[in-house]
Structure formats: structure tokens, C-alpha cells
Design a protein around this ligand. Structure first.
Ligand SMILES: *[C@@H]1O[C@H](CO)[C@@H](O)[C@H](O)[C@H]1NC(C)=O
Ligand SMILES: *[C@@H]1O[C@H](CO)[C@@H](O)[C@H](O)[C@H]1NC(C)=O
Length: 372
């Protein structure tokens, strides 16, 4: 049994040593440095186990209830493990372990702990002072966090008023971006998001926009695009092709009646067709806009116009709604009547009156004769 344990820790050691130290002398910061000198956050990444960072205490008797320390690795890396050497004082092992008990480690692409991934959370048992955990994640910031909140019942071994002293924090991983493997010599699959992948087996944590699958080799299905293929194409690309699986744009242009690069906008009223470059006739019934795809007046034409586009005036001799009106035939000079209202704009032939020249004026003349 002992031999097995030894063998395992030996293998673990080899694995750890094969990875690069990502945190050495990187930019470190902490929530509130303890009074005195030589307690700065940088002491935990200076490679010197004798110098330690130290923060003001937290707990019921202190001003603060939470504490954090973090290191900015300077870029997003694939991470294998995190080791922490906590401060020890001869003969105070259990007190020191009780101070660090309950801590958490987060890995994040941003400085914000809320948008981070939990790498490790200490539990009931007190942590060893030479702590180490594998943490096969990716990120730029490694954040140490601890708290002693009011009204929380901590395990009996936990110390409740706590100084935090980290002597060395070492983040192991691959120091070249987009690389994985025990020798840090294998490139992550091309379409992994942020070019990060599982440091041991190379599977992508997430896919770049437009791809899916463990190795992110599969393009989004027809009609979908973006991160996790969760965004839906407008459905209005030309010839019903799918939008670009990465950007969502319709690279080949829009179907008739639609515009903008995503083809999400209908043509403005009065325009229609591919690229919305054609103009409606303007003679649809009740001033309605024409069909944005076809240019047709779907509900019919204004009086005086015919054909599907309502672009043609009534045929000679007809007028009005649907061109069903017949001109009186009595306009002066054999003019045709007006295509909209049937009026003889140039006046009536002798013997006819009225706007349409459809009334014979004989009757009128007769009545005038009678009167005189
Ligand atoms: C960590 O500390 C324990 C107890 O002091 C010791 O047995 C162990 O060998 C140490 N491990 C490492 C990796 O230093
Ligand atoms: C790589 O390891 C992770 C974590 O154990 C696992 O979720 C994933 O499926 C593995 N990928 C492959 C390709 O085995």
C-alpha cells in the first residue's frame, strides 16, 4: 500500500514538473495588505518561500469578513495544477491550518470572481500547509478567496479570526497559449474557444463561434450560428441558404424583400425586391405599400390603374376602380376620359354636359325654351 502511494505521488510529481510555472513573478494583488512592511501580494509569487504575503485579519473581531489574493498570469493559459505553501510557525501547524480552512481557488478570464470557475473549495478537513490540487481549467487570473462570515457555523477546527499568509503560490500549466499535453507540445484543436483546451487530453472546453462537438470540428447546423450554435439565422438569406455559421450574416445577400447584413430588416415601405432597390408603383389601393418581395399590390389597385403592380393606367375608354368604368364617349375632340374619375378634362362635345359629359343638354335646352 505504501509503495502504491509512493508510486502515485511520484507519478504526480513528474506530471507536475513537466508543466511550466505560469505564476512566477507575475502581477499579484490582494484585498488589504496587513500593516507593516514586507507583506505585499508579490511575495507569494517571488519564488522565495521565506517571504510571504499577509493581509489584515478577517472574522467577527476584525473589520473585514472576506479576503482575496490573485495573480494575473498575463494571458489565458491552459492550467494543470495550483500549489500553495501556507505560512507555518513552528508548533502552530493546526492553528495555521485552521486559519486557511475553507478557502477557495478560482480561475477566471477576467478579474471578476463572479465570472470565474471554481478550481478548488476546501471542506470539513483542515488543508495541509503544503497544499496542491490539480485544476485542469484555463484562465488568466488565479484567485485565492476566504471568508469568515457572521452567522455561519464553521467546523470546530476552523479558526474564526484569521490572518492570511501565503508564502508561495505556483500555477502549473503550459506557458504557450493554445498548447496542451504533458510536454506542452500539442496544439489545441483549431476551433476551441479562446484557443484553450483540456491540458491532458486536448478536448475543447467550449467551441469558438460557429462550431460544435468535443473537438469543435462540426459547423453549426443549417439555420443556426454563433457561440454554441445558439443563435438563429434570420431565415431570409438569398436562395434559402443558411447564414454564415460564425457571424450569422447572409454572405450571398438577402432574399427579395429583406436587407441589412443579417437580412433581418424588411424593405422600407415603397421599396421591394433584391436589395430593396426597386420602387413600388405607388398606386396600390388606399396608398398601401406594395408587397416587399414581389412589388405586387396584394389588395388591389387605386382607381385608374391595373395589373399586378398597378403600374399601368386604365386602358383607353375605361376608368375608375378596377378600370370598370366606361368613358361617356362624349369628351371634346374625341378625347378619352380621365383614367381615374372618367372626367372629360378638355370639356364636352356639343350637346353634353356634366363632369363625365354623360348628360345630354337637350332636356335642359327644352326647359329653357319653355320658360321663355
Ligand atoms: C507536505 O507536508 C506533509 C506533512 O508535513 C509531508 O508529509 C509531505 O511530504 C509534504 N509534501 C510535499 C509535496 O512537500
Ligand atoms: C478529457 O477530459 C475531460 C475531463 O476529464 C473529459 O470531460 C473529456 O470528455 C475528455 N475528453 C476526451 C476526448 O477524452
Amino acid at each position: 500500500m505504501k509503495i502504491t502511494d509512493l508510486a502515485i505521488s511520484f507519478v504526480g510529481l513528474i506530471a507536475t514538473l513537466a508543466f511550466d510555472d505560469l505564476s512566477h513573478n507575475k502581477d499579484a494583488s490582494q484585498s488589504h495588505t496587513a500593516q507593516g512592511t514586507g507583506y505585499g501580494a508579490e511575495n507569494a509569487v517571488d519564488g522565495n518561500k521565506a517571504t510571504c504575503m499577509r493581509t489584515k485579519p478577517i472574522g467577527p473581531n476584525a473589520l473585514d469578513r472576506t479576503v482575496w489574493w490573485k495573480v494575473d498570469l498575463g494571458g489565458v493559459y491552459n492550467i494543470y495544477s495550483v500549489s500553495i505553501l501556507f505560512k507555518n510557525y513552528d508548533g502552530y501547524d493546526s492553528r495555521q491550518r485552521g486559519r486557511f480552512a475553507g478557502f477557495s481557488l478560482f480561475i477566471s478570464n477576467t478579474e471578476d470572481r463572479d465570472s470565474s470557475s471554481l478550481c478548488y473549495k476546501d471542506g470539513q478537513e483542515l488543508p495541509p500547509l503544503n497544499f496542491s490540487t490539480t485544476c485542469t481549467l484555463f484562465g488568466r487570473y488565479v484567485i485565492f478567496y476566504n471568508e469568515r462570515l457572521d452567522g455561519v457555523a464553521y467546523p470546530a477546527e476552523y479558526v474564526t479570526n484569521v490572518y492570511t499568509e501565503l508564502c508561495e503560490v505556483t500555477v502549473y500549466g503550459c506557458s504557450k497559449p493554445g498548447i496542451y499535453g504533458k510536454s506542452c507540445n500539442l496544439p489545441c484543436p483549431t476551433n476551441c474557444r479562446y484557443r484553450t483546451c483540456h491540458i491532458e487530453n486536448g478536448s475543447c472546453f467550449n467551441c469558438a463561434a460557429g462550431y460544435r462537438g468535443i473537438l469543435c470540428k462540426t459547423e453549426c447546423p443549417h439555420g443556426w450560428y454563433g457561440v454554441d450554435c445558439k443563435q438563429q439565422c434570420s431565415g431570409h438569406c438569398r436562395d434559402s441558404i443558411s447564414c454564415n455559421h460564425v457571424t450569422g450574416q447572409c454572405d450571398g445577400g438577402c432574399a427579395a424583400g429583406w436587407h441589412d447584413s443579417f437580412c433581418k430588416k424588411e424593405c422600407d415601405d415603397g421599396a421591394y425586391g433584391y436589395g430593396c432597390v426597386k420602387h413600388c408603383s405607388g398606386y396600390c389601393l388606399n396608398d398601401t405599400p406594395c408587397n416587399k418581395e414581389t412589388g405586387h399590390c396584394d389588395i388591389g389597385c387605386a382607381p385608374g390603374y391595373i395589373n399586378a403592380f398597378c403600374s399601368q393606367k386604365c386602358n383607353s375608354g375605361t376608368f375608375g376602380n378596377g378600370c370598370t368604368g366606361r368613358c361617356s364617349g362624349n369628351c371634346l375632340n374625341n378625347d378619352v376620359c380621365h383614367h381615374i374619375d372618367g372626367a372629360c378634362t378638355g370639356g364636352c362635345m356639343n350637346g353634353y354636359i356634366g363632369k363625365l359629359c354623360s348628360t345630354s343638354n337637350c332636356a335642359l335646352r327644352l326647359s329653357i325654351v319653355k320658360l321663355t
